[in-house]
Design a protein around this ligand. Sequence first.
Ligand SMILES: N[C@@H](CCC(=O)N[C@@H](CS)C(=O)NCC(=O)O)C(=O)O
Length: 215
Amino acid sequence: MGAKAILYDYWRSSASYRVRIALNLLGLEYDSVHVDLLKQEHKHLDHLCRNPQGLVPTLAMDGHMMTQSLAIIEYLDEIYPDAGFLPGDPVGRQRVRALSHAIAMEIHPVCNLGVTTHVTQLAGGGEETRAAWMRKFIGEGLSAFEAMLDHPDTGAFCHGEAPGMADFCLVPQVYNARRWGAKIDDLKRINAIVEHCETIDAFAAAHPDRVKPAD
Ligand SMILES: N[C@@H](CCC(=O)N[C@@H](CS)C(=O)NCC(=O)O)C(=O)O
């Protein structure tokens, strides 16, 4: 493989957090470049050249500029055959993708900074409007996810006994749920899996508080 990878990320970005977990589990060393969403750095031309959607994360790796966290995780899974981020069987892969998409394509997009800023402005509200929006969509989305985990293939992790792509989506989403005060205490399967993941160094080292740049 080529030069050291560079992850363009933001400490509190849950999509970036997913990729940090995957890179850490593989033991891949990478440099991190902080793109400050609050300072709108993701809309600057230099970042738009890396990621035309103006989002984080972007991973520069193997001579390519890669966007979309799940596509990045699947790339890593394909080039590191022992990664095990997706199961070996098609039905298992379908399930892990469905779980991952339930977060990354249902909950996450409506809770994105650009979306919530716009909706808060339209509603003429302030931070409490944003927080109420977050609590609603994260709470409803994770309740549905909890029901999806009521399945014989759920184990210590979302799918079986090893961490995979669905766990990389779940842990950051629960971080966000806690941040915004979404009611998730009664989601027993989710809480057990997240507690388990949090004991693993690769997950702990990817936590926003561990990667937050000094002021
Ligand atoms: N589907 C994309 C989502 C990326 C995304 O929305 N990133 C957020 C941070 S978690 C972002 O850059 N938001 C900027 C904004 O909303 O203006 C992925 O998985 O990479």
